[in-house]
Design a protein around this ligand. Structure first.
Ligand code: NZQ
Ligand code: ZN
Length: 384
């Protein structure tokens, strides 16, 4: 096992009816800015519950944070927060709203041009405190310190992270997910699955409990993913999905093990260029990525084949191939297409995607730093 430091300060408040607990966790004298997306929280009754829980506190709202939140929109929220003397942010929504709120929190206390946090990876040393009410199990943003922000004018989508941008608390009420369209449930399952794979499917370092946690979370997703689509109001299924997605990216399974993240970086470029959902890009890239790197990942691919998919027959090569196929079939069973052509994208985009990766310094990705632009090109080609 590798050396590590693990610290996660986010309090999780989990279960049906827990939005009411906001009253106990938002400071009593806070001036709150509620941030949200396109309006799902109005139609599903979540906003009303949030407002009721805030009681007499002074609060304002900022809506319109889009999926793949943009710098342009978020800077409008920064201006509103300054105008209203806000001192606490409350993100109510999915990963985009939470990521966007992390950026708002950082930008409010940042000296200089906030886009440099992404473009130049300038360290964020301070941020306004914020809590979240999660409505979409997927990203893990509710219990981690990272965010991914897009710049519409520049066509960039870039990640940042900081110890200052952990949520103070996150409320996870599985009932809030009942109103999710099937596409977003499927996206969430795929995103969480790939988060686990990025931290698990690298090379062995004898980290037994991290491996078994990861395998348990993956197996749980293969069970609850299809159930969540088939039975949208099954509380137990939604509760298991919600907690699995949080554990997939709250630092626990990634402590002490090598991590990959090349699939995410190649996926971000597809979203920036073509506007696909984050999870759709991962479903496209991951099977191709595993195929292209099957030699350097061989030991873990064999372990994944056996422990997650019960593949024990055949030669090593056959088992590796079967595990990659099982992954693709699972994503397709969730109705998420796994090839660029499923989204009417052809090979002619690849040179632009590679140029953007180069521009963003993504030239030595992966657990060995050996995913060069040539390897990335091969992955995109395999994904057509
Ligand atoms: O905007 P509203 O109206 O709320 O609708 C949203 C949006 O259209 C809708 N939705 C959310 N909760 C709902 C609901 N609709 C009905 N009922 C509900 N309960 O779902 C749509 C998608 O929402 P979004 O927040 O964009 O989805 P997701 O949670 O998948 O977040 C994706 C973003 O997170 C980033 C991605 O890159 C992407 O920008 N990621 C963040 C990570 C992190 N912070 O650690 C890691 C991930 O790898 C990922 O990169
Ligand atoms: Zn992701």
């Amino acid at each position: 096992m590798q050396n590590f430091t693990f610290h996660n300060p986010t309090r999780i408040i989990f279960g049906e009816g827990q939005i009411a607990a906001l009253d106990a966790h938002v400071p009593p004298d806070a001036r709150v800015l509620i941030t949200f997306g396109g309006g799902s929280i109005k139609s599903n009754g979540v906003l009303v519950q949030v407002q009721a829980a805030l009681g007499d506190r002074a609060w304002h709202v900022f809506g319109g944070i889009e999926p793949n939140p943009t710098y342009e929109t978020l800077m409008e929220a920064v201006a509103l927060a300054r105008e209203k003397n806000i001192d606490f942010l409350l993100a109510v929504g999915g990963g985009s709203v939470i990521d966007g709120t992390k950026f708002i929190a950082a930008a409010l206390r940042f000296d200089g041009e906030p886009w440099d946090i992404l473009a130049k990876q300038v360290e964020v040393c301070d941020a306004m405190p914020f809590g979240t009410v999660l409505t979409l199990p997927a990203t893990g943003s509710e219990m981690n310190n990272g965010g991914v922000i897009s710049h519409r004018a520049k066509g960039d989508k870039l990640p940042f992270r900081s110890d200052a941008t952990y949520p103070v608390f996150s409320v996870l009420d599985p009932v809030t997910t009942y109103s999710l369209p099937p596409r977003q449930i499927a996206n969430g399952v795929v995103d969480a699955f790939v988060h686990i794979v990025e931290q698990y499917l690298t090379y062995p370092v004898d980290a037994r409990v991290q491996d078994r946690f990861a395998e348990g979370l993956l197996i749980t997703l293969t069970e609850v993913g299809p159930q969540a689509l088939a039975e949208p109001h099954n509380y137990a299924v939604r509760a298991n999905l919600m907690w699995t997605a949080t554990l997939a990216l709250n630092g626990l399974i990634g402590a002490g093990v090598p991590q990959d993240w090349a699939t995410h970086m190649l996926g971000h470029e597809i979203t920036a260029l073509h506007g696909l959902d984050h999870a759709q890009t991962l479903a496209i890239v991951l099977p191709a990525m595993l195929s292209a790197r099957r030699e350097s990942k061989r030991a873990k691919l064999l372990q994944y084949a056996e422990r997650v998919w019960n593949i024990t027959e055949g030669s090593e090569d056959e088992r590796v191939s079967a595990a990659i196929t099982a992954t693709r079939v699972f994503f397709e069973r969730m109705s998420v297409g796994t090839r660029l052509r499923d989204y009417q994208i052809g090979g002619q985009s690849i040179s632009t995607l590679i140029a953007k990766l180069g521009e963003h310094g993504m030239t030595a990705l992966g657990e060995h730093g050996d995913v060069t632009l040539d390897v990335s090109r091969q992955v995109y080609q395999l994904a057509v």
